[in-house]
Design a protein around this ligand. Sequence first.
Ligand code: IFM
Length: 463
Amino acid sequence: MEAMDFPENFTWGVAAAAYQIEGAATEDGKGPSVWDEFCKVPGKVLDGHSGEIACDHYHRYPSDVALMKELGVRHYRLSVSWPRVIPAGTGSVNRAGLDFYDRLVDSLLEAGITPWVTLFHWDYPLELFRRGGWLERASVGWFADYVKVVVERLSDRVSHWITLNEPQCFLGFGHATGTNAPGLRLSHAECLRAGHHVLLAHGRAVQILREHAKSPPIIGWAPVGVVSVPEDPENAADIEAARRSMASVSGGDASSMGMPPNLWSNTWWGDPVVFGSYPEDGIRAAGDAMPRIEAGDMAIISQPVDFYGANIYSGTRYRASASGEPVRLPHPPHTPLSAFKWPVVPESLRWGPRFLHERYQLPVIVTENGVSLADWISLDGRVHDPLRIDFLHRYLTQLGLAIGDGADVRGYFHWSILDNFEWAEGYKQRFGLVHVDYETQRRTPKDSAFWLREVMTTHRLPS
Ligand code: IFM
């Protein structure tokens, strides 16, 4: 491979989320979230793991921030835990919880690291779930009130905001298949109703940010990028087939994951946010399950955003049939798999951002990308993860090609800075650039962390 330069103003960063790293699940007045509760249900999370201690980042954030600085990190995507800030989800604010984020933001800024704050990354307040959760239209107002509290406290220093992380997952796995918290198996209509409220919550969060932020906000969101790639990247018909598949609600094949139609797609979520309308094919697929849309809803949902985030890990190959229809192809038998058994498809980082940019005409930021591997500390005390370096090299090369194709891609956040609590998979999946020994909480940067430091600081992929 040849060396490849990225634009000087390209944003390189790393990401993590509150429940996955903070721990301190019951400390300093934090309220329970649906994840705290779900982890207590036998059989739901691998080996009974939970985020109770996780990486103990709540207490160790000063040294974690110092480590990030040492590893050349200039941008860090964190999430705020709603029940840490408002224990019951609405009402009294927990000063100690808010103070934690205040201190975290200050130490990041002191270390020269720009915070990118995600307002919701799955740890929904348990109290509000008991009052109906996302199924209730009132959830939109509950979320807006919480967002206002965070924005009023942090926006004098934070200007980069992400409203929600992956509605496809917290609804699809949390409310349809029941494999994630809160473990519901709702009907199609109920899932789409909850989804409509989630979209309204996103729109209200954008409005609150624009009205109340003390420094000009740069706002986006972070859905899953459900990616289709052309089998032959030189074949115009295959490219068009992949483009069409990514823009269809069935392209992601929700049914293969046990989800009702629409949930595992780009457009069911992205079209309302950017165009202010649900996609026609999704409306047909929803049929009687279509949510009730009140006057003004679509205007709230489609508040202008500054970038389109996408969390991209893999992709599916498509070719064009003789009549140009997209034909979904199985992964070739030689396709490498991560420890999670996710197919490694580097081309997803070219075609995903490119097609999303073409459709939505917004700057795209890869808000997550990374790989879970079976990393361990070697006898020499280091963590050698050549496969992650290879993964990064391949994926980032494709991202560079997307930019070369003319896609307006502005940034890349690596998931994750630390090994952490990987939801229903517990601590089995290690996505970090930094190895965490969960017994001792010792952090050991992996070889990939030093490799990525070089890329992030030079804006150049080596040959
Ligand atoms: O760990 C998750 C993250 O919380 C959301 N996106 C995917 C990651 C890896 O599964």
